[in-house]
Design a protein around this ligand. Structure first.
Ligand SMILES: [Zn+2]
Length: 327
């Protein structure tokens, strides 16, 4: 039973907005584009796991995706998927990395090799060890009963080959392909006999985890050290992504692909809120959408406000609700 769904995380929306609005020759452009591709691949890998989770027992298996919790001693920690069961809890870290994956346990790194390149990543085994400890300490801090916590690195790309040196092969029992997860769970069901959590306790734990989840929502401009002034202004065409667009009779016409849209400014304003925060004044809106008329700007603000049930404060609109649909 899924208790917390996986939504498209707000950091991904922020990266998309930033990538769209950082000029092509900007010094940070490549870094932003690369980070966006990495986070997008990670999200796709996590989504691919959903299918395999449907093979788990339905009864008394509570699945919570994408949790970010605060451990009182060590700060925030993030878990891709937690599965609560009456006998044990599972912590899953999903890696969507294709190629030959060599787990180097001497230097604690993961080396991925493709036909023409190789790349080094931080050691996922170290990562799940830390996550497991932090999850256990979170359970204790929040007065939940002690229970075996088992953590796995899930390799979501079925064609990846997993390797290490023979001396460390026993460490790889915690690295599995997504499709193997239901089998592993069957083994665990046999190995752990004692019921430690009632359904009521699992419900209480799952409610607490959802309540304590704090999404990762950084100020994306300061994170990538991009100046506000460098951001490309204007409405863009959703069809061809061109910024060559003009306002004609209450609509927007793309000069590149000729598409006419009466809602193109909504996506531009979403970018504004993702990049600059939830408040905008009439003057800021005119400058960002590149429109001159104060009354058109007011019309747009009022319409968004009605749609998002936001609050108008003398020309300033709070559009938190526009953003609340994300993770
Ligand atoms: Zn267009």
């Amino acid at each position: 039973m899924i208790k917390k769904e996986r939504k498209r995380p707000i950091i991904l929306k922020k990266l998309e907005a930033l990538d769209r609005r950082v000029p092509i020759h900007h010094t940070k452009k490549q870094i932003v584009t690369r980070e966006l591709a990495k986070v997008e691949a990670g999200f796709r890998g996590e989504q691919a796991l959903n299918y395999h989770l449907t093979f788990l027992p339905k009864k008394n298996y509570f699945i919570l995706h994408d949790l970010r919790l605060r451990d009182k001693e060590k700060g925030f920690f993030q878990i891709d998927t937690v599965i609560l069961t009456p006998k044990f809890h599972l912590v899953l870290e999903v890696k969507n990395i294709a190629g030959t994956l060599f787990f180097d346990q001497e230097f604690h790194q993961l080396i991925r090799t493709l036909p023409n390149e190789s790349h080094t990543f931080p050691d996922p085994l170290l990562q799940i060890r830390r996550q497991k400890q932090q999850f256990q300490s979170w359970l204790a801090q929040n007065k939940f009963s002690d229970v075996p916590v088992i953590s796995y690195v899930i390799i979501s790309s079925p064609s990846s080959t997993i390797q290490t040196i023979p001396r460390h092969s026993h460490l790889l029992r915690n690295v599995i392909h997504s499709a193997t997860l239901p089998l592993k769970v069957e083994e665990l069901e046999k190995r752990y006999e004692h019921i430690l959590y009632t359904t009521q306790e699992m419900n209480a734990l799952s409610r607490k985890l959802i309540k304590m989840h704090i999404p990762y929502n950084p100020d994306i401009l300061s994170l990538f050290q991009v100046c506000r002034e460098d951001i490309i202004k204007g409405v863009y065409c959703e069809n061809c992504l061109s910024y060559l667009i003009e306002r004609v009779w209450g609509s927007w016409r793309c000069l590149n692909c000729k598409l006419i849209s009466n809602k193109a400014h909504i996506s531009a304003l979403e970018d504004y809120f993702l990049l600059f925060g939830p408040n905008i004044t009439n003057a800021e809106l005119r400058s960002f959408l590149k429109i001159e008329s104060e009354s058109i700007a007011r019309e747009i603000l009022t319409a968004i406000c009605d749609e998002s049930l936001g609050v108008i404060r003398i020309g300033v609109i709070s559009c938190l609700l526009v953003l609340s649909k994300y993770g």
